[in-house]
Design a protein around this ligand. Sequence first.
Ligand code: ATP
Ligand code: MG
Length: 434
Amino acid sequence: MSITVDPLTAASDAVAELLEATPAPPRRRGTLLVVDDEEGPRQSLRVIFKDDYDLLMAEDGPTAIDLVQKNEIDVAVLDIRMAGMSGIEVLERIKYVNPNIEAIMMTAFETTDTIRQALRLRACDYINKPFDIATIRAAVGQAMQRRTLESEIHSSAEKVQELLTELQNQRIEEQIAKTRGDIYASIIHDINGPLTVISGFVQVLNQRLGRSTRLELEDLEFIKDRLRIIARQVGNCIEISRRYLGFLRRQSDEATAPRVGVNQLLHDLEQLVRVHPSLVENEFAVTPMAEDAAVKINGTDLIQILLNLTVNAFQCAPLPHWVKISGQVLHAPLDLTKFKDGPHDRLLNIEGLNNTAPLVKFCVQDNGPGIPPEVLPKIFQPYFTTKGPRQGTGLGLNIVQRLVKEGNGALHVQTQIGSGTTFTIYLPGAHIGK
Ligand SMILES: Nc1ncnc2c1ncn2[C@@H]1O[C@H](COP(=O)(O)OP(=O)(O)OP(=O)(O)O)[C@@H](O)[C@H]1O
Ligand SMILES: [Mg+2]
């Protein structure tokens, strides 16, 4: 049984879980600080508010500041005129310790200047002394409400931020998991080719050895030759997995900008294809370049690109047909305006091409059935295949696409029903020996 999880559902589940796991903090009673050097008003305020809030009393500035430092105070009621430190000074100090405290100033016969000063220091309100109960209740009630609202907004903002971070982490995790899955699938896909060759040769060796009781000289030559091919293919497998796993660990070797000689590589490719099981009875020709050049791409990557395209070209029709591979150095940048997507043309990474001469152009051409216009836009999608379930994974062209992009190259498919298909790759090149 397989269980599939939609990433979006998983993300929203995680948010719901997080919300459940972080219940709203229990509401505490507000804390009110009363600062007045006169006993009378202090006591009246105590009587008025003792049932509604936690109360703290200070008879002078220093005590008030000390209380603010040690307690979480929501609202302070400050008398402006006090012996020693004035209410304005206390206001300034307590705002310095905790800028969120809402302060209500009590004035007797202060000038408007003093009141203005208090408001500049962010007192939220002022009331005249002697005060009536309704006025002071309303002022403190409103200040408390503003504090609660502010702290709720603050904690909601924090919670939203927490959720966003969580979501982002989740997305990154998903992205990594997805890339990881793709890469593992790519390794298996690409290693499959060399493994098929290896397994074919091992079978041949088995048959040859199974028949003989002792080894003749020609047997020995035969075995040596096949072992050489097997060793090369094993090397290919190791190199492929090392490349992909290196990518997983983000060990890009761009800094050391690998270069490979094209004609040597085309020769290696031909050797590989000659023993490939998908060749069957098809005709196959590799034309070396008249003028050799180097390409700025890892050799295994380029072999993977060309091999995937060649195997596709062999597999596009059951009847024998031909497949041709050729290379050419271009001494001028491409005229990109000539390239257009259409029913017979598909372009990849034209905008990402490092379009500086010299460029090297590779063509893989077949005279197979061609690709129908409704299929053409889908061929680079991962897992898209028109082959049977046991014949194709639909990953080949997706790998080609990634490797071409990584190599800062571009790709052009041109196809015609009944005439065949040509895949052309453009890669940044270099003159040999430079
Ligand atoms: N030269 C071609 N001629 C006609 N169709 C092609 C050609 N190359 C690719 N295609 C089409 O593109 C599809 C996707 O190719 P891709 O290499 O990604 O997967 P695949 O070949 O089906 O599977 P796999 O590569 O895993 O064996 C193919 O199934 C085929 O329909
Ligand atoms: Mg393929």
